[in-house]
Design a protein around this ligand. Sequence first.
Ligand SMILES: Nc1nc2c(ncn2[C@@H]2O[C@H](COP(=O)(O)OP(=O)(O)OP(=O)(O)O)[C@@H](O)[C@H]2O)c(=O)[nH]1
Length: 378
Amino acid sequence: MKLVDEAEILVKAGNGGDGCVSFRREKFIPLGGPNGGDGGNGGSVWLVADENLNTLVDFRHERKFNAQRGQNGMGSQMYGRGGDDTEIRVPVGTVVINVATDEIIGDMTRHGERLRVAQGGRGGLGNMHFKSSTNRTPRRFTPGTEGESRELRLELKLLADVGLLGFPNAGKSTFVRAVSAATPRVADYPFTTLYPNLGVVRIEQDRSFVIADIPGLIEGAAEGAGLGVLFLRHVQRNRLLLHLVDVAPFELDVDPVTQIANEVRAIERELAKFDPELLRKPRWLVFNKADLVPEDELDARVAAVLEALDWTQPHFVVSAISKTNTWPVCQQAMQHLDAVRVAELEATEEAAAAAGAPGPAPGSASDASAGNDRDANA
Ligand SMILES: Nc1nc2c(ncn2[C@@H]2O[C@H](COP(=O)(O)OP(=O)(O)OP(=O)(O)O)[C@@H](O)[C@H]2O)c(=O)[nH]1
């Protein structure tokens, strides 16, 4: 199963500037020697891998990217200025496909890596190159060539940092909508009716994480009942799980504390059956639908559930529908993810040091050295 975020974009490199036709002014000679300069080259379009991005949703708003045209040549043998390149930042992990040929032309795997996806046109020659001995045919010049244009499909395998667990109706999709700045369109999903709800939670401009609910996780999921087993594979890659429970379950003959605790345990059993390691993942309990329980009952109910479950990890009480208290959950989740990333990086560096190889230097990767450049035509 793949969770793929997709976008299609159009890239057009700049045309080369035209060569210039011009003549020296000389006394008594109406047309002096040809001195038209060359046109500048057009700018190219590049994709640049950026580890701070995690989805392709922004390409829904901006789909066309052009690089600048080269300037035309000028008289007095002056060259036109080259057009500026255009850089498009894409998340690390983006696969680039040429729509016309359906060929993969690049795979952006390292931060700072650059891929030229449309080469700028060459500047044309000015007439200074066409001097003849008689000076009779100096009106020749060549126009700039056209910059390449391409339609590209970008595909990103989404890795959700935060997974949302819970019984049907606990409010998972409502929670995702409440906290997301954007919801990526997910393609290449084998089920037509059951899509995971994905959201990008943007804490600050360049600090965000992807949250995904895990639909269809019902009892028996670990044995393959329903579609749960497929989603459980995803949970293995989540760095943090939010376990949502309905704090106001509707069952007439069962005490709500017992019902909530039972539902939490039912999900835990599914996780354990699939992979006992899943129970060791950080999992925070989120009591949802707090608006449905009278305030004086709420605290006691939450406390009783925590006690019944012997819960020691963090817990939150929220109302997804009114967005009450949902933001603190996200802020703490972001802090948790930042800490996990730092720890992972340190572990990689230590492992590399132990192996005698230099560890990855995150800062240095952003400097897009020539060695990081690749050409889609190469
Ligand atoms: N009163 C109240 N209702 C809520 C809250 N959050 C969700 N709901 C309602 O609960 C119902 C289920 O919410 P969903 O977000 O669809 O639940 P889900 O967990 O995604 O459900 P599945 O898609 O079946 O797995 C909807 O009618 C929501 O409007 C809340 O904070 N308060």
